[in-house]
Design a protein around this ligand. Structure first.
Ligand code: PDD
Length: 288
């Protein structure tokens, strides 16, 4: 349970954590976010998350609400006040609040709205899920063309996850008009081909440049494993030896079924589980 939420410079009790009714994040989806893993009170890959937040803000010309040092102080304080040992931090920055108007507002006249929420998770539950693996449902990718910007415009992802849930799947994979997988509704998509090659889509505008994806690529280099950065089709994924998703918190989560078709022998892949086990050896663990 989150006890305090950081809202615009104050740590307020959860039940009193509000932003303005005319916040542009609420009216226009004019906001960006980050989700970071907290592991044993430390922020995992903080530098990469804050770098990506800066980039998302920059791409949308939203003013940086605070310095890097201030972000680091605020994030640590939110973890501390909520006594989170293992869990996640949710950071959201919107352009700010003003009477509803499509145009932004003259530069420098809006103060961005900042919210940070900490939440505890049970890491054992995620490990238990990884031992079972998850099912995927594929759905058409109906999102906009700048999925590299981590905006809160998440309705297509929410609808995709609902559709997946209706068929007993935990995650949806978006598929582009050429039949290639772009990414998961809230994760990046990977396969290990029948001849043992790791494949994931290049980080262009059609996918989010996942922090977990980047850190996993560091791990692959350390392990001397080659990666093919290219798009793969749904048919190739169904014929793969292994498949998995990556995202903050899920780390490497094995995929055992895609649209009802078992992947490999239908159990989590050995390479997927090995990468999951080694992930935190290479990730950054920021001191609190
Ligand atoms: N989602 N692709 C999409 C569309 C995502 O929403 C996410 C993360 C990722 C993986 O990124 P990272 O490895 O940096 O978590 C890829 C977060 C977890 C969410 O929306 O809850």
């Amino acid at each position: 349970m989150s006890r305090y939420v950081y809202v615009n410079g104050r740590h307020v009790p959860y039940g009193q954590a509000h932003v303005h009714a005319e916040d542009r994040g609420y009216q226009f989806g004019d906001a960006v976010y980050e989700v970071c893993e907290v592991k044993v009170t430390r922020l995992v890959d903080e530098t990469r998350h804050l770098d990506r937040l800066d980039r998302s803000l920059g791409e949308l010309s939203i003013a940086a609400p605070m310095s890097r040092a201030s972000w680091q102080r605020v994030l640590r304080e939110v973890i501390r006040r909520n006594r989170v040992r293992d869990g996640s931090l949710y950071i959201q920055v919107s352009r700010g609040a003003r009477p509803r108007e499509f145009l932004f507002a003259p530069a420098g006249t809006l103060t961005p709205t900042v919210v940070v929420i900490a939440r505890a998770h049970n890491p054992a539950a995620l490990d238990a899920r990884a031992e079972q693996g998850i099912a995927i449902k594929t759905v058409p990718d109906t999102r906009w063309e700048r999925c590299d910007i981590k905006t809160v415009m998440l309705l297509p992802s929410s609808l995709a996850k609902e559709a997946a849930k209706a068929e007993g799947a935990k995650e949806a994979w978006f598929v582009d008009t050429t039949g290639h997988v772009t990414e998961g509704a809230s994760s990046n998509a990977w396969i290990v081909t029948a001849n043992g090659r790791l494949v994931t889509r290049p980080a262009g505008h059609e996918i989010l440049r996942g922090v977990t994806r980047m850190t996993l690529i560091d791990l692959l280099r350390r392990e001397g494993l080659e990666l093919e950065e290219r798009a793969f089709t749904v048919a190739e994924a169904k014929a793969a030896r292994e498949a998995f998703i990556t995202s903050a918190g899920n780390i490497v989560m094995p995929v055992v079924r895609i649209d009802g078709v078992p992947i490999g022998n239908g159990a989590p892949g050995l390479l997927s589980l090995r990468l999951r086990a080694a992930f935190h050896d290479v990730a950054e663990h920021a001191l609190s």
